[in-house]
Design a protein around this ligand. Structure first.
Ligand SMILES: Cc1ncc(COP(=O)(O)O)c(C=O)c1O
Length: 395
């Protein structure tokens, strides 16, 4: 966007550049056209934006949700194929989804242990329904002195799966229909982390090695399940950072994509994503000027979850010669910034930023103000509400 010439209707506010979003949707569609596409709602957190992407995605199959209450909310908003990606013990949330399934919607729950599956079976028995279950297979690469991947699922091998299937053999109200193998260490780990440039070659080498393991393990397990009386309706994998790799894997029926749409700061440190365009972020008002080359903005402390580091903090996009003060960072209500060279903004002006992790932006704002370039000028198109703006707070 032409940040120098845009005045937001109010600030702090969140912005969504519809032209950039369209370009990112187009690129995702081109990269994933041979498989079905499931949108990761945690990386969007807005019903309006989810529907906007859905309408422009020919291979859209459904939503990957992140908790039970959110799954019910998505179903209540007309989405009819939801895969909840993380195991849940939220009984009330699961029960809320049942009427939608009775009316034909598809709702699939993630498991990697007996306890999670047993709750689904109990609810199914109580309500005389059959709940659908997806096995989450661990795609990490444990090495002698390094665990390359995420510590989530307890299911690594066919023997782990056999043990689980033995325990659940008598279950009548829950059915294994799907499998997920999310290669997070490939899809979500940036190679070019700020302050850690030296690690890039090692991360690249580990990713290459890990891809070989992922291909083998996911394919072998999917094949085994299909051959052993558990026909799979879907095999899900991948994320924004692994589109090219995941879509080439023969066992994959669908890929999940979320972050590529907003293209937040963290993903610009990733080799595979350099052609995407930032489409969302926030704008802060400059309210003070304590020194000739220092301005102070109101608000700004929208740092991301995960291991603390520069990569989890926002990036200033405009003016691009501003930087954060090392001793203050992005503050709870005020954020001072220092100019190198000429200071081009003063009290009453605006500073435009990108956030680090896709969906987390929407937890701080009720709406995303939408902009589009028309006749060479960026104009406000309206707004799209976030989960927060809808009065929803999911964990
Ligand atoms: C299970 C699962 N699948 C897919 C993704 C990919 O999401 P994104 O495209 O936003 O990186 C994630 C992100 O963490 C995930 O947890």
């Amino acid at each position: 966007m032409d940040f120098a010439h845009i005045t937001p209707p109010y600030a702090p506010s969140a912005w969504l550049d519809l032209d950039a979003l369209d370009a990112n949707i187009h690129q995702v569609n081109q990269m994933t056209s041979n498989v079905n596409l499931r949108i990761a709602s945690k990386s969007i957190r807005s019903i309006d934006v989810l529907k906007y992407i859905q309408a422009k995605t020919p291979n859209f199959i459904g939503i990957m949700s992140f908790c039970a209450q959110e799954s019910a909310y998505l179903l209540s908003n007309g989405f009819d194929n939801v895969l909840c990606a993380y195991p849940t013990f939220d009984r009330a949330g699961i029960i809320k989804t049942l009427p939608y399934c009775q009316n034909g919607a598809t709702m699939i729950w993630m498991v990697d242990s007996f306890e999670q599956w047993q709750l689904l079976e109990d609810i199914g028995r109580q309500y005389n329904q059959t709940l659908q279950v997806c096995l989450d297979i661990n795609m990490s690469m444990p090495l002698p002195r390094l665990y390359f991947g995420t510590k989530r699922s307890a299911l690594f091998s066919i023997s782990d799966i056999k043990k689980l299937l033995k325990k659940t053999k008598k279950f009548k109200h829950s059915k294994l229909t799907a499998m997920m193998g999310y290669e997070g260490q490939i899809a979500g780990l940036p190679e070019n982390l700020p302050d850690k440039a030296k690690l890039a070659p090692a991360i690249r080498a580990l990713k290459a090695l890990s891809k070989k393991q992922v291909s083998k393990r996911r394919q072998k397990i999917a094949h085994w399940l299909n051959k052993n009386n558990h026909p799979l309706t879907l095999v899900n994998g991948g994320g924004s950072g692994s589109m090219a790799f995941t879509c080439l894997q023969p066992e994959i029926t669908e890929i999940t994509v979320g972050s590529a749409y907003y293209y937040p700061a963290l993903f610009s440190y990733m080799d595979s994503m350099t052609s995407f365009i930032p489409s969302a972020g926030f704008v802060l008002p400059v309210t003070r000027q304590p020194e000739p080359k220092v301005i102070t903005c109101h608000s700004g402390g929208f740092v991301a979850s995960g291991v603390m580091g520069t990569d989890k903090t926002p990036q200033i996009i405009y003016p691009d010669n501003l930087s954060i003060l090392k001793d203050e960072g992005y503050g709870e209500v005020q954020t001072p910034m220092q100019a190198t060279g000429k200071l081009s903004v003063g009290i009453g002006d605006y500073v435009w930023c990108r956030h680090a992790k896709a969906g987390e932006l929407c937890e701080h704002f009720n709406e995303l103000i939408t902009y589009r370039k028309i006749n060479n000028q960026y104009l406000i198109q309206g707004s799209m509400t976030t989960y927060r703006g809808d009065g929803q707070c999911f964990h």
